[in-house]
Design a protein around this ligand. Structure first.
Ligand SMILES: [Zn+2]
Length: 300
């Protein structure tokens, strides 16, 4: 089956789960939980992924962490990781829209699974990783220390942001900057230019704009640390509102019906990007070469 057909299959899977994905996102949004205490989110996400046929490991490394996998263990094939975040902020709830990050992650995972089932040749493996405590807790640092990313080739996620937050869509390497947040050092973000290029092509096809920058108003992210151990992307996307992240208004936006179409479009772009990488081995080679070069630059 050619790549175009696989992408159609993947897209169909997201359409099929559209209502349930919205309910999942709403379930997380309506029970906002602080870092390392995301018990309800952990439960609904793992139940959903298990029901959808992925192999789920609950309480993975951290009490509210999880890992869900699908595909084959052949290490010569790519293992692509889609990251879910699901923690909220004190008093103002899901003011950073992490309920939508979780939705994008699950949607992308299900879409890739559907494409894997449709493909005549084994594509590899998909890992949907539940990473607690992005808001100051640095949950991903614990996962890195536990070597969770060692068998992962590429990591991806998409973060909701505000409509009028315009940044040039150029990939960036924030060198020489290490942020500090709540006593856990958050590293600079390294963006992989090959993955960014694929993402941009697929985003253009889907008719969306993107930025590949951390939102300066929300500070740094523990995805920066992940970017030092595995090639990854962390695009920001509009959810249709004008409010800035970490405001009450953004909480309203991240729970609104308007955010849904933007969020599912992101999943579409991520799954297309993943399918490109699964189907064309030369891309992963290039991604890894970029990564080694970027890391040298970032550390020099
Ligand atoms: Zn955030």
């Amino acid at each position: 089956m050619d790549i175009t057909k696989l992408k159609t299959v993947a897209e169909g899977a997201v359409d099929k789960y559209k209502e349930e994905l919205n309910e999942l996102s709403q379930a997380i949004w309506s029970v906002p939980e602080l870092n390392f205490s995301e018990h309800s989110a952990h439960r609904v996400l793992t139940e959903f992924l298990e029901k959808a046929g992925l192999k789920v490991e609950r309480n993975f490394i951290l009490e509210t962490g999880f890992r869900a996998t699908y595909g084959d263990d052949d290490s010569s094939k790519p293992n692509i990781c889609v990251i879910c975040e699901y923690d909220a902020l004190p008093e103002i709830g899901h003011a950073c829209g992490h309920n939508l990050i979780a939705e994008v992650g699950v949607a992308t995972g299900l879409a890739i699974k559907a494409a894997m089932n449709a493909s005549q040749v084994p594509l590899g493996k998909v890992t949907v990783l539940g990473t607690p405590a992005e808001e100051g807790g640095g949950g991903k640092i614990d996962l890195i220390n536990a070597k969770v990313f060692d068998d992962i080739d590429v990591a991806m996620m998409s973060h909701p942001s505000t409509y009028d937050y315009a940044k040039p869509p150029t990939p960036s390497i924030n060198q020489l900057v290490d942020y500090r947040f709540d006593d856990r050092p958050y590293s600079s973000l390294i963006s992989n230019k090959t993955i960014v290029g694929l993402f941009e092509t697929n985003a253009a096809e889907a008719g969306i704009e993107l930025w590949d920058e951390p939102d300066p108003r929300t500070g740094s992210t523990d995805m920066g640390n992940v970017s030092h151990v595995v090639p990854r992307i962390h695009p920001m996307y509009s959810i249709g509102g004008k409010a800035a992240n970490h405001t009450k208004e953004f909480t309203t936006d991240s729970g609104s019906a308007v955010a849904q179409s933007f969020t599912l479009k992101q999943a579409k772009v991520l799954e297309y990007t993943a399918l490109d990488i699964y189907s064309r081995p030369e891309l992963l080679k290039q991604i890894k070469q970029d990564f080694i070069k970027d890391l040298k630059n970032a550390l020099s």
